[in-house]
Design a protein around this ligand. Structure first.
Ligand code: NAP
Length: 250
């Protein structure tokens, strides 16, 4: 059997690839999976940030690789997976904040930008990994709770993230026994919010903390724990796990 394709045997240690793993939710996920004993590969566009993430995961670089890769470049993504070899778990945590804003004023180019910088790279990466991901392994998309809540200003984000969430059940059936899930985070304190001026950033996070039933916004590791659950629980597939401190309930 060609071990480079359709691998059925878990790699030893298990190998997780976290795309968008150089910051925020993806970095916390890489740290958590690495601490559980996995080998991890993280990707992000910025090479210096990728190097810093590698050191943050393990000072000595043990069981960790970091690769500078723009996931919106389909050819580069295909070349990355072709070179990488077998993997067990793929986590798709990349994306920015394009598509946010009140609908009347929302530039639809910005919504298209959200699709091309998040939804499409997630699907491109998942497809490119299929040749080498273990059949009994998993893919986990990081979507966003905008797709589950009705909050003014988030229709664009809901469309982009909802597209991924809607694809998850069909992928889980089509790609079985590979498991496919998503985690839908609420408001998480990460550099994602740095696009706002500092005072608006803190005001927004404080307001979401007050609104959420748990009384706080999330930390990246809150989402990393949800991803770890989905990668590890072999009875979970086709689901979007909302991890939002109850924000979508109120
Ligand atoms: N923070 C929140 O409140 C929140 C809430 C709901 C959902 N989310 C979602 O969670 C995911 C992670 O966000 P985060 O909060 O952890 O943000 P973050 O700290 O800004 O991390 C984003 C990561 O994605 C990478 N990235 C962005 N575009 C990329 C591309 N084209 N190719 C490769 N890597 C790319 C970034 O690295 P480079 O910039 O170096 O490429 C970085 O590693 C995003 O999809 C976001 O929509 C976040």
């Amino acid at each position: 059997m060609n071990t480079e394709t359709n691998s059925t045997t878990p790699t030893n240690p298990a190998h997780a690839v976290i795309m968008g793993g150089t910051s925020g939710i993806g970095l916390a996920t890489a740290q958590r999976l690495h601490a559980s004993g996995m080998r991890v590969t993280v990707t992000g566009r910025d090479a210096a940030r990728a190097d810093a993430a590698k050191r943050a995961i393990d000072q000595n670089g043990a069981r960790v690789d970091a690769v500078a890769l723009d996931a919106s470049d389909a050819q580069a993504v295909a070349a990355f997976f072709a070179k990488l070899g077998p993997l067990d778990h793929l986590v798709l945590a990349l994306g920015g904040g394009k598509g946010f804003g009140m609908f009347r004023e929302l530039a639809l180019d910005d919504v298209l930008g959200g699709f091309t910088s998040k939804a499409l790279p997630h699907l491109v990466s998942a497809q490119a990994a299929l040749g080498t991901i273990r059949k009994g392994g998993s893919i986990t998309f990081i979507t966003a709770v905008s797709a589950q809540m009705a909050s003014p200003g988030t229709a664009g984000l809901a469309a982009i993230n909802g597209a991924l969430s809607c694809a998850v059940p069909a992928l889980a059936v089509e790609l079985r026994p590979l498991r496919v899930n998503a985690v839908s985070p609420g408001v998480i304190d990460t550099p994602w919010w740095d696009a706002l001026p500092a005072d608006q950033r803190s005001a927004a996070l404080a307001s979401y903390a007050e609104k959420a039933p748990v009384g706080r916004v999330g930390a990246p590791d809150d989402i990393a724990k949800a991803v770890e659950f989905l990668t590890g629980n072999t009875f979970m597939t086709g689901q979007t796990l909302v991890c939002d401190g109850g924000l979508s309930l109120v």
